[in-house]
Design a protein around this ligand. Structure first.
Ligand SMILES: [Zn+2]
Ligand SMILES: [Zn+2]
Length: 326
């Protein structure tokens, strides 16, 4: 099969990569559509200590084989990417996504979705409603990651919330938080991206607009979500939280952040929340209801044969979601 692999010499399109074999309890899935996210681009830059294997973890596919689970064959699915060992104290508490021995699709010791086929445990799969098109279903995984904030932070009506970052994930986070009725402002620096939110009646502000920033810094928020994907974002996000407030972090970086005054978190009694993968079921429901718009986020679509070009394109400044269609 074809597979986009990360090697010591960067990404390579392999046209003769062995098709994976599903073990008992697993499914072989034909990848119908996959999405490139910031994590993939960070992996290319060395994040996670140099993952080597097939990249990609956001996908929609169709089950083509499933030993002992024939009823799944032909089912269109999205799939959760973490596979815990099932035995350690974390897995036993349902924290398998944090299992220290885990595999993560296309990220840790498990071939990913930029290929003709992948395998995942049946337990990781979520059937998709027929009327949810592939172009929307491919956003289930990142939307679930956005929804994770609601699992971790009690966001309520009238609370002042800033989302810092207008990239792929930031635009999903802002839409999810807007639904809570909180007093939300989405901050970014690209008018076209902020415009997607403004169309949804979500207030926006430009981080390069001095006047707007002075205003916002004078009214720090109860909750700030940092989702810029840029090391500079952390400092600004910190300054936008009120004392006693919550700073939720969504960005992951290949390189460590520059030195930071941790004492300021102590003195201002800031709660830090790290936030990663989230629940698939509500993400599927929101997409099926059309409650979160994703069409304007799709900037390009490439065949798998042009997967390298797709990665290059996705890394360009200002480009949102790039899809790979095997
Ligand atoms: Zn992702
Ligand atoms: Zn485990």
């Amino acid at each position: 099969m074809r597979a986009l692999r990360l090697t010591d010499n960067g990404p390579v399109l392999d046209t003769d990569y062995p098709t994976p074999h599903p073990e008992s309890g697993e499914a072989l899935i034909r990848v119908d559509l996959a999405g490139i996210c910031a994590t993939d681009l960070q992996l290319l830059a060395g994040y996670k200590g140099g993952y080597r294997g097939v990249v990609g973890h956001e996908f929609v596919g169709t089950v083509v084989a499933a030993p002992n689970h024939a009823d799944w064959i032909g089912q269109r699915v999205a799939g959760e990417l973490n596979i815990g060992c099932g035995e350690c104290h974390l897995c036993r508490r349902g924290l398998d996504k944090h299992c220290r021995q885990r595999q993560s699709l296309g990220i840790i010791r498990r071939d990913g979705a930029f290929a003709d086929f992948l395998t995942l445990p049946i337990a990781n799969l979520h059937p998709l409603p027929h009327h949810l098109p592939d172009e929307h279903a491919v956003f289930v995984e990142p939307l679930a990651a956005a929804l994770q904030l609601l699992e971790q932070c009690h966001v309520h009506q009238g609370q002042r919330v800033y989302v810092l970052g207008d990239g792929r994930l930031g635009l999903l986070v802002a839409q999810v938080l807007a639904r809570t009725g909180c007093h939300l402002t989405a901050l970014g620096r690209t008018p076209a991206k902020l415009g997607i939110l403004a169309m949804r009646n979500i207030p926006t502000a430009r981080t390069d607009d001095q006047e707007q920033m002075t205003q916002l810094l004078a009214h720090p928020a109860d909750l700030v979500v940092e989702v810029t994907g840029s090391p500079d974002g952390f400092d600004l996000a910190r300054r936008l939280v009120r004392p006693g407030g919550v700073l939720a972090l969504k960005s992951t970086f290949a390189n460590p952040l520059p030195a930071f005054d941790i004492s300021s978190l102590v003195v201002d009694e800031i709660t830090l929340v790290g936030s990663r993968c989230g629940p698939f079921a509500p993400a599927i429901r929101l997409l099926a209801e059309g409650a979160v718009v994703v069409d304007p986020l799709i900037h390009a679509r490439f065949g798998l044969d042009n997967g390298i070009a797709a990665l290059d394109y996705a890394a360009r400044r200002g480009v949102l979601k790039v899809l790979i269609e095997p």
